[in-house]
Write a protein of this length. Structure first.
Length: 453
């Protein structure tokens, strides 16, 4: 009876422990560890981006502290700093959940350990009362037959083995409890570290907001002068877009002319071959007159020419790489988005961007975002040079370049260096403007670049 009772209790405890730890640990390992790793990777990436911005700010402050470039970089850093604080808060939330789950597991293990110890104590007490060898022997000899005597001997053996198993269960439970408590201790330490990091980042955020206010105040004090500069830049930007459109239109026209010339040449060659074939049919007739027919190719103006197999393949490849294209600089951050938006310093002053402005460190090299052919190089109205690379029916445009290392008509490969970024002394900013065109329409480049940068 007693042995049967103990076996039943042991089975219940064992099954409960196995079910609880197998299922809860599996779920925790699959979801918790992945989420924790993702958050840690995100935090590292944001820290790297903040370090990049700090590096750019050092270059800016060495020239002009109260410049548009400084304001752009500070605004960008504030955004990243807030994102970092939000990520730390997400880590804390996930960690608090882990700690709570661990506390529940620890309490369950403590309760089960107490039950196991209590049952083991009752077993020891029972064993002590019946440990006399004479009593055991008399218990066996008092059997009515041989089978009963054998069963009673087996009972003593099973009872001894059960006690050993019970002792093993206690040791295993103690081991699991100790491991759980150590993990809980590590988690609480990690939480304290994160809380300290969060406090430091909040202090940094407050300090950087003060820097932003200072630069903004200094810029707004010369608002009239700044507006004049911005109006000038706005006109230069319009001229730049017109220049790019003109270059693209000229290239389309050139492609159309090339298609017309090729079509006319092919038609003339076909006509000559036909005339030659007909001339062979007519023999011994010297008076036969051969007439030549002029070939006319109808080509509508301002229409894209038919793509060759090579350009069709390139165009298809480019279209399939949305969100996968490498950045035009190895290290950089988008400091001005695509489309129309308000100026960061002058309220109500709207600026428009046909691409994305990517800030980088001084001397940064510019590289092609995809395989293609250089179809245009020109002096930009905003200063510096611009390069246009064709990828089938798509084009990538790189403006604000200093040195250009490629030539018109040259084939380039993805990530090939095509030039370097030109530093803007007036704005205290080192940036490149990247544009993506399809025909004569612009597209948002941020949707094409690899998002994990």
């Amino acid at each position: 009876m007693i042995l049967s009772k103990y076996k039943k209790n042991l089975s219940r405890i064992t099954i409960f422990l196995l079910c609880f730890f197998v299922f809860s640990n599996q779920q925790f390992a699959q979801s918790g560890s992945k989420s924790k790793k993702d958050l840690e990777n995100k935090k590292k990436r944001i820290n790297d981006e903040i370090n990049e911005i700090n590096s750019m700010l050092k270059e800016t402050k060495a020239n002009k502290r109260s410049s548009l470039g400084a304001l752009v970089n500070i605004n960008l850093k504030l955004e990243k700093r807030q994102d970092l604080i939000n990520t730390i808060n997400a880590q804390l939330s996930a960690l608090n959940k882990e700690i709570k789950e661990n506390e529940v597991r620890s309490q369950i293990l403590k309760d089960n350990l107490e039950k196991l110890k209590a049952e083991y104590a009752r077993m020891i007490l029972f064993a002590q009362r019946n440990q006399d060898s004479y009593t055991k022997l008399m218990f066996v000899f008092a059997s009515s037959n041989f089978n009963q005597a054998y069963s009673r001997l087996k009972y003593f053996q099973q009872y001894s083995n059960f006690r050993k198993k019970q002792a093993g269960e206690i040791i295993n439970t103690q081991t699991m409890l100790l491991a759980n408590l150590n993990e809980l201790k590590a988690q609480r330490h990690e939480k304290n570290v994160l809380l300290g990091t969060e406090q430091v980042e909040k202090q940094n955020l407050s300090k950087e907001k003060g820097e932003q206010e200072q630069v903004l105040t200094e810029l707004q004090q010369k608002e009239k002068e700044l507006k004049a500069e911005l109006e000038k830049k706005k006109q230069e930007t319009i001229q730049l877009q017109l220049a790019i459109k003109k270059l693209i239109a000229e290239e389309i026209k050139r492609k159309i002319e090339e298609a017309k010339t090729k079509a006319a040449s092919d038609a003339l060659a076909a006509k000559k071959a036909k005339d030659k074939k007909e001339a062979k049919k007519v023999k011994n007739t010297s008076s036969e007159k051969t007439t030549t027919t002029s070939v006319k190719v109808k080509t509508e103006p301002n229409i894209m020419p038919e793509l060759t197999e090579e350009t069709e393949a390139l165009s298809a490849d480019f279209a399939n790489n949305r969100g996968k294209l490498p950045w035009p600089v190895v290290k950089g951050l988008i400091c001005e988005s695509y489309g129309e938006h308000e100026h960061p310093a002058i309220k109500g002053f709207m600026i428009s961007n046909n691409g994305v402005e990517i800030c980088a460190n001084k001397g940064a090299q510019v590289r092609a975002v995809f395989d293609g052919e250089v179809t245009g190089i020109a002096i930009s109205p905003t200063g510096g040079k611009l390069v246009i690379i064709r990828h089938g029916e798509y084009l990538s445009v790189y403006t604000n370049l200093g040195d250009v290392l490629v030539k018109t008509g040259q084939k380039v490969t993805v990530k090939q260096i095509i030039g370097s970024v030109l530093y803007n002394e007036d704005e205290g900013k080192n940036s490149i403007n990247l544009q993506i065109w399809k025909g004569q329409k612009t597209m948002d480049p941020s949707g094409w670049l690899y998002s994990a940068r």
